[in-house]
Ligand binder design. Structure first.
Ligand SMILES: Cc1cc2nc3c(=O)[nH]c(=O)nc-3n(C[C@H](O)[C@H](O)[C@H](O)COP(=O)(O)OP(=O)(O)OC[C@H]3O[C@@H](n4cnc5c(N)ncnc54)[C@H](O)[C@@H]3O)c2cc1C
Length: 429
């Protein structure tokens, strides 16, 4: 009898731990063919003249793919790496390696689901099935106390019901061994130049070094968990010591369940503030699933669409470069440009300022974040932006978001501002 081979198509799940597609493929097939494709779609310039992926995130991605290959090799496998259109490459590889099925994790944002649909259609032509798995959320869709169409739009109701009626599933085992077919040409991991990007320069003010990959993600998580008792003893707020896990979570170098397990130490009653943050992530992902393309609609959010500034482009430029004249906003934008990361309060501040004070279409801000953020994730980005833009959406939830008054109070954070906007203080001397 001929051997069965399953192609595992990695996308935003760049890990071997808690990875259902990898584990199931090793269980169901004799051979597993792991594949990652750098799709030029994600490296193009958009209509707004912005990159879909800036060099800081691209670097993190390249490191993550290299680490995945390394981890697969340690298990006896390998990773095929290609550049091109997945709808052409996956069927080609499937035929070349006589694959009987293709596994991948289902995405929610429409650009990602469009690509999956194209791959699915191309595979159908050669009579192969693309099997979808759910693996990006903390709570499994099937374990929610409501169908997707009835998910409450209010985060507070969503949270209350999910915490009361749902449980986080245990993590999936890491395969002990992976058998790949004899791979003819595994392909090189591209360089930034191959992707049309320049090498980023690390900013000495950053105070945090990002290196992509499951291995660094697990290490960072371990260090974060170890630091928690001390932080709790000082009575510090979570927002003063955010975890900085987002870049690894967004690319799936860390699974949400794994993070949950490590921070709660297996207790379902943990009151770790990080769990609340993870729940926000799930909420936006499920909202995306529920509302789909409407996420992009400015009109859906009251009062924004018909009240935009006539000189949007000019204001947008000032905002992007950190030249609005509002110190906290400008310092935050400069930190974002230099490092690819700003904390949640800073994101809210710059987003509220763009949408409500400058009255620039929030989707332009979201597109800029897409280029710059090292942790960009479509549902989290668009969800948060839409929320900020339609801030009056649910009065209970707005408590989570900063008001313009709170933003002006942030200008008192002189140490932060002097780091990223030293000229403000130089002028005062
Ligand atoms: C306008 C705007 C755009 C944003 N765009 C993104 C994005 O593209 N990608 C992204 O991962 N987050 C986004 N966020 C959410 C949030 O700011 C970041 O997840 C967080 O700042 C990452 O830092 P951290 O890992 O230290 O977070 P922590 O506070 O330590 O939180 C732990 C994890 O919970 C999740 N999380 C926390 N807050 C949120 C939130 N509000 N929404 C969704 N998930 C959350 C993240 O995965 C994060 O790593 C955005 C927020 C705003 C206001």
């Amino acid at each position: 009898m001929s051997e069965k081979t399953i192609l595992v198509w990695f996308r935003n799940d760049l890990r071997v731990h808690d990875n259902e597609i990898l584990f199931e493929a090793t269980r169901k097939a004799d051979k597993v063919l792991p594949v990652y494709i750098f799709d030029p779609f994600y490296f193009k310039i958009t209509e707004l003249g912005l990159l879909k992926t800036g060099n800081l995130r691209a670097k993190f991605l390249l490191e993550s793919v290299a680490d995945l290959r390394n981890n697969l090799q340690k298990l006896g496998g390998d990773l095929i790496v290609k550049i091109g259109n997945p709808a052409e490459i996956i069927p080609q590889l499937a035929q070349q390696y006589e694959v009987s099925e293709v596994y991948h994790h289902r995405e929610v944002a429409f650009e990602e689901t469009n690509i999956s649909e194209e791959v699915e259609a191309a595979l159908w032509k050669i009579k192969l099935n693309l099997k979808h798995f759910i693996g990006h959320t903390l709570y499994h869709k099937e374990d929610l106390p409501f169908p997707i169409k009835d998910i409450p739009d209010s985060f507070s109701i969503f949270k209350k019901k999910v915490e009361r009626d749902s449980q986080v599933r245990p993590c999936i085992e890491t395969p002990e061994q992976i058998h790949t077919p004899k791979i003819i040409d595994a392909g090189n991991i591209p360089t930034l130049a191959d992707l049309g990007l320049t090498e980023p320069v690390e900013d000495s003010r950053s105070g945090f070094h990002y290196e992509g990959g499951e291995s660094t993600g697990l290490l960072h998580l371990e260090q974060y968990v170890a630091s928690q008792p001390l932080i709790a003893a000082k009575g510090a707020k979570h927002s003063d010591h955010p975890s900085r896990l987002s870049a690894w979570i967004s690319l799936g170098c860390l699974s949400m369940r794994w993070v949950y397990r490590e921070v709660t130490h297996g207790s379902h009653n943990s009151n770790s503030p990080l769990v609340l943050e993870l729940l926000w992530r799930d909420y936006f992902r499920f909202m995306f699933k529920k509302h789909g393309k409407q996420f992009y609609s400015a009109e859906r959010f009251k009062g924004i669409a018909d009240d935009l500034s006539s000189n949007q482009e000019e204001l947008f430029d000032k905002w992007k470069t950190g030249n609005t004249g509002v110190p906290f906003v400008d310092a935050s934008m400069r930190q974002l440009n230099a490092t690819g990361y700003i904390a949640n309060d800073n994101r809210q501040a710059v987003a509220v300022y763009l949408a409500h004070e400058l009255k620039v279409d929030w989707r332009m801000g979201a597109a800029y974040f897409e280029e710059k953020l090292i942790d960009y994730s479509p549902a989290s980005n668009l969800g948060n932006w839409a929320f900020v833009a339609g801030v009056e959406h649910d009065p209970k939830d707005t408590r989570y978001f900063l008001s313009p008054k709170q933003i002006s109070e942030l200008d008192s954070q002189t140490q932060y501002i002097s780091t990223w906007l030293p000229e403000v203080f130089a002028e005062q001397v």
